[in-house]
Design a protein around this ligand. Structure first.
Ligand code: PA5
Length: 465
């Protein structure tokens, strides 16, 4: 089971000025109780689908049956989606499939598909993909909960055109739509075109959707055990849901972050794994945390300021980059190490210029030990510099532990939203920018935004050549 080590949050370890004490935790207890009540209320009202998806194993059965039906027809998956419809699957693939899956020779790849992502709208990327993608052997996963996301639709349009040119009338057999079970244009299209579909339940928000078909379809096609992910997530729900502050690690960690922000003025939330396998989870979490908590209005409609700014870092690389700032720059960060106890593998550094003391000492040392020592040393120097840090520790890297990790951070983020008394499930500000972009694209119904853009966005001559 995932472990939460918060020793270096406490004043005993990092001093009273920057560390928290029991009294601080006691001061948040009432809010924590209210958070538990709100979660129970919203779950009871059927609004918290992210807590329910781990219990739906029929989805895994359906995905496996579909994969079996295809019988190895495709050797590549192209995932078209953005935000919550891409970051989670990307993180899963990196953590649990081969880091260089696409480059593996066929025999070593087995029945796992190569994977390409199309999330950004970037002519460089599409053009590069054209050079490597054999669309005749590619299954396209078009993922959009709303079914109307402009970036996803633009990429889909371009890739669909490529596909139609290559395979003609059979193009629909190459497309899987992962979207709302009933609503949205993608759903309508999928029905009309006869695309294979998998649902994103209505009550599961985009950034909370990785354990729905959004992540699970891609997981099964890249050799990841979707059932294991769900089992791990269930462990966390069963262990913590409804438990009080001291027995509920996601709520406790949310409370610590809330206190560091509101009492200690720490406005930055750093997530730092020490393996690239977990690095994309830092990006996934950055979206989860940022879009959920960055709100200027509370649940009662009153103005508020909520949310620490999430930053991702990767050890040991960022020891040579951001760490200097973390240690001697402003003491405004809360750092979370994402640790992996057992890598399940190691590499011994071979005999290496034994006559050169600066190199020879590495001979016959374990690479994993070096990694672990650097991680522990960073944790220690941060604590000595009174910089709050904690660790989320995965015992091993399996579908189960990753499922636990995902659910832990989803629950933690939801609890944090409740502590700030905001709605962690909407993203009103993001919608604003989209409307202006639609206006500029002359999408029907958005003229008002095009006009407002033209009237309000006048750049002065404040630039130099
Ligand atoms: O968390 C969210 O709701 C967003 O980040 C969405 O995932 C993102 O905007 C993509 O939306 P959709 O899946 O509707 O295309």
């Amino acid at each position: 089971m995932i472990r939460f080590d918060y020793n270096n949050f406490m004043s005993e370890a990092i001093g009273a000025e920057h560390g928290l004490a029991e009294a601080d935790l006691a001061s948040v207890e009432k809010k924590a109780d209210a958070a538990l009540e709100r979660m129970a209320r919203e779950k009871g009202a059927g609004r918290l689908g992210f807590l329910e998806v781990p219990y739906d194993e029929t989805i895994v059965r359906d995905i496996r049956a579909y994969k079996k039906k295809l019988g190895g027809r495709f050797d590549t998956v192209a995932l078209i989606g953005i935000g919550g419809s891409c970051l989670g699957p990307q993180a899963l693939k990196n953590a649990l499939s081969h880091l260089y899956l696409n480059e593996l020779p066929g025999a070593a790849r087995g029945d796992r598909c190569k994977i390409y992502y199309f999330d950004n709208i970037d002519p460089f990327e599409i053009e590069a993909a054209r050079d490597v993608l054999d669309v005749t052997k590619t299954l396209f996963l078009v993922i959009s909960k709303s079914g109307g996301t402009v970036e996803t639709n633009a990429n889909f349009a371009i890739l669909l055109d490529m596909l139609k040119r290559a395979v003609g009338a059979n193009y629909a057999e190459h497309i899987v739509a992962i979207t709302d079970p009933e609503k949205g244009t993608l759903r309508t299209l999928a029905t009309a075109e006869g695309f294979q579909t998998f649902p994103v339940p209505d009550n599961v928000g985009g950034r909370f959707s990785v354990l729905s078909a959004v992540g699970l379809v891609m997981a099964e096609f890249t050799g990841i055990d979707a059932a294991g992910l769900l089992a791990g997530a269930r462990n966390v729900v069963q262990r913590y849901y409804g438990r009080g502050l001291r027995q509920n690690a996601p709520l406790l960690n949310a409370s610590f972050h809330y206190l560091f922000d509101t009492v200690k003025g720490k406005r930055i939330n750093v997530l730092m794994p020490y393996t690239r396998k977990l690095f994309l989870f830092a990006d996934w979490y950055r979206q989860l945390w940022a879009e959920s908590l960055g709100k200027n209005t509370d649940a009662n409609g009153a103005p508020t300021v909520a949310g620490l700014t999430p930053v991702s870092a990767l050890g040991a690389i960022d020891q040579h980059s951001q760490l200097q700032l973390y240690l001697e720059g402003p003491n405004d960060k809360v750092i979370t190490f994402m640790k992996l106890d057992d890598f399940g593998r190691d590499v011994t550094i071979p005999e290496f210029y034994p006559d050169q003391p600066e190199m020879g000492y590495l001979s016959n040392k374990s690479l994993r030990a070096l990694n672990r020592f650097e991680e522990s040393a960073t944790e220690l120097v941060l604590a000595k510099a009174a910089r709050p840090n904690c660790s989320l520790v995965l015992p091993t890297l399996t579908a189960e532990t990753v499922g636990e990790f995902i659910m832990f951070l989803e629950m933690q983020t939801a609890y944090a939203g409740y502590l700030y008394n905001i709605n962690p499930y909407d993203q009103p500000a993001v919608e604003q920018g989209k409307k202006y972009a639609f206006g500029l694209l002359e999408r029907p119904g958005y003229d008002e935004f095009r006009d407002r853009f033209a009237a309000g966005y006048v750049k002065k001559d404040a630039f130099i050549l």
